[in-house]
Design a protein around this ligand. Structure first.
Ligand code: ADP
Ligand code: ASP
Ligand code: MG
Length: 452
């Protein structure tokens, strides 16, 4: 079997869903499990609904809700007009919007939203889209059936960023999906959403539908996991920043994972791990140009010094200076224990005899972190920084590449440099407002020159 995941723009309107149906039809002999995102932009609007409702602006929240309702009904009408399933899907869709309106009202009465209630709202996008896509596939003659992802994607109750439970997901896949596949039915599930052991709705974090696809793929030992999106595949840089970014036809798992974690939004950063565990190739394709070659992610792409460039703005750098303490054994452990205790993950690290510098992408618990680190040394916090990463499996062996990278940055100010232990990425911390310029300069240095 294979898993085929369609992102928001690939199910954004009736025409996109029709293209999706054609793609699924072309794969019926490979027993696809279909994973879909919410209709493009829906999750953002749902989060706005929760924020406005909890902030006392119920009318604003309900206005957004009505926009979403109209959009979903327009899609249902266009795809299913005259179909037997139309009435049933319209009733279900209406019921979900009523549930959403009740949730919004409840949040406005409470005057605040807990992570749990935020998940209940945010999950509505995929609860809405998956049954609609399933009905549209069925109408197109594909034997598709909607399966509630919350029954299959077993997670912890860390709302907003729930941890998947691989063993339970595998059991649920065996019980809920395998029998359908045996009958030749195509299961259609929402990505991004899950459920706790007691049946409470959770989400895997923004962009999490890719992660859902790879978790289902790993649980079912899929032959392949296909991510269908709105660009031709993984590119040598974010095309919104570097318009002449090029398609990467073949990339290694470790490189793709690094790119995702350093800002290549095309894949959720957790997508690669479950696929690697089972050695399942991941493909990225453009649903608007299904004939394209796409990107193949496996273990064995040839080693290159630079495969691609990624960037991520809004990074905080924390520096701890302590000449006496850092010379002592256990000093680093003490510092990292502070981050761990405050559930703050560290991205890039650089150390010297007297100081440790780290970057954080999440500064939620920064105050507590700084207070506790201050017991260990002088702490400075630098906001307004960004990360730019050069990724390539052969990078560590190429001093010429590192020299060229630093040279390409020219007069851009550099705050930290770190080469990963595996030599697969060179990360550069620059000013937040020069992240894009740095990406363009690096791209020009490594890709424009190569093409010339
Ligand atoms: P989906 O809704 O299909 O999940 P996303 O918006 O999450 O799509 O991800 C696709 C987007 O990722 C692209 O439109 C592109 O702008 C962005 N992106 C960032 N970096 C890269 C990259 N290196 N390669 C391809 N796309 C990238
Ligand atoms: N719909 C969710 C989001 O926008 C998940 C996804 O699209 O991957 O974050
Ligand atoms: Mg995405």
């Amino acid at each position: 079997m294979i898993v085929v995941k369609f992102g928001g723009t690939s199910v954004g309107d009736a025409a996109a869903i029709a293209r999706t149906a054609a793609i699924v039809r072309g794969r019926l002999d490979r027993k696809p499990v279909v994973v879909v995102s919410a209709l493009a932009g829906t999750t953002n609007q749902l989060i706005e609904i929760a924020t406005h409702a909890a902030g006392g602006q119920l009318i604003v929240a309900l206005t957004i809700l009505e926009e979403l309702r109209a959009r979903h009904f327009a899609v249902v009408d266009e795809l299913l007009a005259g179909d037997r399933a139309h009435a049933e899907v319209a009733t279900e869709t209406g019921a979900l919007f009523d549930e959403l309106a009740h949730l919004a009202e409840a949040l406005s009465v409470l005057g605040h939203a807990t992570p749990r209630s935020q998940d209940a709202v945010a999950a509505m996008g995929e609860r809405l889209s998956a049954p609609i896509v399933a009905a549209a596939l069925a109408r197109a003659g594909i034997p598709a059936r909607w399966v509630d992802a919350r029954r299959v994607m077993a997670t912890s109750d860390e709302f907003g960023r729930a941890e998947p439970k691989a063993d339970e997901i595998a059991l649920a896949c065996r019980a809920e999906l395998a029998p359908l596949l045996r009958e030749g039915v195509v299961p259609v599930l929402g990505g991004y959403i899950g459920g706790t052991a007691s049946g409470i709705t959770t989400t895997l974090g923004r962009g999490g539908s890719d992660f859902s696809a790879s978790l289902f793929g790993a649980a079912m030992d899929a032959e392949a996991i296909e991510i269908w999106t709105d660009v031709d595949g993984m590119l040598t840089a974010d095309p919104r920043v570097v318009p002449d970014a090029r398609l990467i036809e073949h990339i290694r798992f470790d490189e793709a994972a690094e790119l995702a974690s350093f800002g290549a939004k095309v894949l959720h950063p957790s997508t690669i791990a479950p696929a690697v565990k089972r050695g399942i190739p991941v493909f990225v394709f453009n649903s608007r140009r299904p004939e394209g070659a796409g990107t193949r992610i496996t273990f064995d792409a040839p080693r290159l010094a630079v495969r691609a460039i990624a960037g991520r703005p809004r990074t905080v750098v924390v520096k701890v200076r302590s000449p006496r303490m850092l010379a002592r054994p256990g000093a680093l452990r003490a510092i990292f224990a502070v981050f761990e205790a405050n559930r703050t993950s560290v991205d890039v690290v650089a150390t010297s005899e007297v100081s440790v510098s780290v970057t954080l992408d999440d500064d939620q618990h920064l105050d507590a972190v700084v207070a506790q680190l201050s017991a260990l040394g002088d702490v400075t916090v630098e906001r307004g920084r960004g990360i730019v990463a050069l990724v390539g499996a052969g990078l560590g062996e190429s001093t010429a590449t590192m020299a060229r990278a630093l040279g390409a940055l020219g007069d851009l100010r550099l705050h930290m440099v770190s080469l990963s232990a595996t030599g697969i990425n060179l990360t550069l911390i620059v000013d937040d407002d020069s992240v894009h310029e740095a990406m363009r300069r690096l791209h020009r240095a490594f890709f424009a020159a190569e093409a010339a």
